[in-house]
Design a protein around this ligand. Structure first.
Ligand code: G1P
Length: 294
């Protein structure tokens, strides 16, 4: 069985929900405290054994390329001013993996973004990580949990979590038979169903291991919800030819694709970090007191 060594990360989206911040800066570069969201995603992949990161990019995304490249001028300037500790921090970002970039010339949906990566993926299984969701699990990074299931069955694996019935219209929803704790053999998939039509509340959360057969399936899949080529629809077609599994991902999940989730992620991370914890905790308590009084 071929190992999963490549990850596709689609980053071509406009980030409309964060305008005007995202007018000239990719949404993936927005920081959680002092680290851009995209770096957390890449670190999750690398900690799971991924060696090549394939970014599917668009116009105005050059900052992502620069972030994962060497920065000799910055390193030189940091050395000169005696800030060697930062040199190590910025150097290891570029040394983490091989980074390759391909442009998605038109934004025709997640399925189209994955299909754009085909020439770089070739004939091997690969991971897909979406940047809107951070999954924190120090012991077993999110995507590594799916790789484990892939190693057992040799077929595509979708990362899932339980959501409330009202939220089914925000996710790809999976119905399947539980075969082991947290692992299902998928029977049916549907993209963002209305709560009244959702077959279950098991939602895909932006982590996938896909066999290369997904590419043929994507090519045969008609445009679906929102006039986009949906990865969920292509998976439903693939399901007719080979088994697909889903795995409930264990870890703390942050939805950083919307303002409220983003603010919450920053507070949660700041409360975890030694250098910011006490300040932020005191600030929150102080604000809570003020709010009670008002
Ligand atoms: C995409 C997928 C959807 C999945 C979601 C996870 O939707 O199409 O199936 O559940 O990511 O975040 P998007 O949120 O990009 O609209």
């Amino acid at each position: 069985m071929k190992e999963v060594k490549k990850a596709v990360i689609p980053v071509a989206g406009f980030g409309t929900r964060f305008l005007p911040a995202t007018k000239a800066t990719p949404k993936e570069m927005m920081p959680i405290v002092d680290k851009p969201i995209i770096q957390y995603i890449v670190e999750e992949a690398v900690a799971s054994g991924i060696e090549t990161i394939i970014f599917v990019t668009g116009r105005h995304k050059r900052a992502i390329e620069d972030h994962f490249d060497y920065s000799p001028e910055l390193e030189y300037s940091l050395m000169k001013s005696g800030k060697e500790e930062y040199v190590e921090i910025i150097r290891q970002i570029s040394d983490m993996a091989d980074f390759v970039f391909i442009r998605q010339k038109e934004q025709l949906g997640l399925g189209h973004a994955v299909l754009t990566a085909e020439p770089l993926v070739g004939d091997e299984p690969f991971a897909v990580l979406l940047g809107d969701e951070l999954i924190i699990n120090e012991e077993k990074p999110g995507i590594s949990q799916l790789i484990e299931v892939y190693q057992k069955f040799g077929k595509s694996v979708l990362g899932t979590t339980e959501v409330s019935k009202e939220e089914t219209n925000k996710y790809g929803i999976v119905d399947g038979n539980l075969i082991e704790e947290g692992i299902r053999l998928v029977n049916y998939l549907v993209e963002k169903p209305d709560p009244s039509e959702a077959p279950s509340t098991s939602a895909i959360i932006g982590r996938y291991i896909l066999t290369p057969n997904i590419f043929e399936s994507l090519k045969k899949t008609p445009f679906g919800k929102g006039g986009e080529l949906q990865l969920t629809d292509a998976l439903m077609n693939l399901r007719g030819k080979e088994a697909i599994y889903s795995k409930d991902i264990e870890g703390v999940r942050h939805d950083t694709g919307n303002k409220l989730g983003y603010i919450k992620a920053i507070i949660d991370f700041a409360l975890e970090r030694e250098d910011t914890r006490d300040f932020v905790k005191d600030l929150i308590l102080q604000k809570a007191d003020q709010l009670k009084g008002s």
